[in-house]
Design a protein around this ligand. Sequence first.
Ligand SMILES: [Zn+2]
Length: 156
Amino acid sequence: MKPHASQLPNYAPAETAIQREAQFTGAILVERLPRLVASLASAAGTLDVRFQVGNEIARPPFLRGEIRGELQLTCQRCLEIFDWPLQAKVDLRLVRSEAEEARWLQDYEPYLIEDDRLHLHEMVEDEVLLALPLSPRCAACAPPSDEAVADAVRNR
Ligand SMILES: [Zn+2]
């Protein structure tokens, strides 16, 4: 395993990554992702990223992986700041033209390669923005989960 402290590169050459089925592992400081910071209560924290590029027959190459970290959000009910555990799965298809993008859009989430670059930080930022809750609630304000409701019914 690579050391935890390695930084995820900002971008990587796309065709080389596809040929070598490259793996990208590393950390990014949340403060380096300005669009994400705009949605958070603070810019504190680090994201851990694991991406794997691979080839498949009759389909565009994939970029799959996971982003983990702890983000600080503001509870929309009590307005307290709380730590929100992020665990986002990433599953993209690397396409090389807009025609190819349009062709796979139905079944996959295409990523259009431009200038032979995979913009890794931008990818992470986009995926984390998608994963954020629309209306964040701290643990005390969160509606009871289905399981908790089932327990309450059983114990009545
Ligand atoms: Zn709250």
